[in-house]
Design a protein around this ligand. Structure first.
Ligand code: ARG
Length: 256
């Protein structure tokens, strides 16, 4: 995770960022600390990456890479404003002993890449290119399934879908093209289908350890569904980050 020391909304690269409510930085810091504390309280280790000035979106660590089987595929950001983040995160990975492969085409890490079981689900349409999907499959040797995103509010795959465990996902069907919806139905017939309200509350920008689901408290319908399915919802409010189009998952890079 990257502390929100320099977090702010200073440009608009997704529809959430055009709002005129300024970020409450003190509140953002408290919310971010509460997320880190929730992870630690549930047995997860949290490492931090040094935040850099003038990179107000660097707090969204998920976008920096996909780390799988100990290999790291980095990011090439679509927006010029975010491009310097790649090198900042590469330094952290290198210090941790992991060289980072920089994608040749536009690719935003776990923002658009969701490993589930033996697959990588890969979003495209707004940020990550189809060409990057091919690079990813070649780099990891893991079947990579392209999913076409269609709604600008759900510009990253991780705003419209998350992995519950190795076998199942939760997602918003209408965020995807008709063909991609069919792909998801075939792959995950028992999936938890969310409502648009829950997705607009960043309910699908969640992190699951297979049992606990760290989820936005505003996603009340989804929280009930998850509990019915036997998961343990752990609500954590990141509402200040919603102003930039991010939530729990966006603030979390999972080191696999
Ligand atoms: N403002 C950031 C952007 O538009 C938010 C990124 C959110 N991260 C995510 N994993 N969805 O790029």
């Amino acid at each position: 995770m990257c502390p929100p020391e320099h977090f702010d909304v200073r440009y608009a690269i997704n529809p959430w960022m055009s709002g005129d409510t300024p970020v409450d930085t003190a509140r953002a810091a408290r919310q971010w600390e509460a997320l880190a504390a929730a992870y630690r309280a549930h047995g997860h280790t949290v490492d931090t990456v040094a935040p850099e000035p003038d990179l107000p979106d660097m707090v969204f660590a998920a976008n920096a890479a996909l780390c799988l089987h100990g290999k790291v595929f980095g990011s090439s950001f679509h927006a010029p404003e975010r491009r310097p983040e790649s090198a900042a995160y590469e330094k952290w990975f290198a210090a941790d002993g992991h060289p980072v492969r920089r994608p040749e085409s536009s690719c935003e890490g776990e923002g658009d890449l969701v490993p589930v079981g033996g697959l990588i689900l890969a979003g495209t349409g707004f940020r990550t290119s189809r060409a990057a999907h091919a690079e990813i499959q070649e780099f990891f040797g893991v079947p990579t399934v392209a999913l076409q995103l269609t709604d600008p509010y759900f510009y990253h795959l991780d705003t419209a879908l998350f992995a519950l465990d190795d076998e199942n996902v939760a997602y918003l069907p209408e965020a995807f093209s008709a063909g991609s919806r069919q792909v998801l139905e075939r792959l995950f017939p028992r999936a938890v289908r969310a409502t648009r309200d829950d997705a607009m509350a960043f309910g699908l920008n969640s992190v699951s350890d297979g049992r606990h689901v760290f989820v936005a408290p505003q996603a009340t319908g989804l929280i009930d569904r998850l509990a019915q399915e036997g998961y343990v919802p752990v609500p954590v409010d990141l509402s200040e980050f919603h102003k930039a189009g991010g939530g729990i998952k966006c603030c979390t890079q999972e080191i696999r």
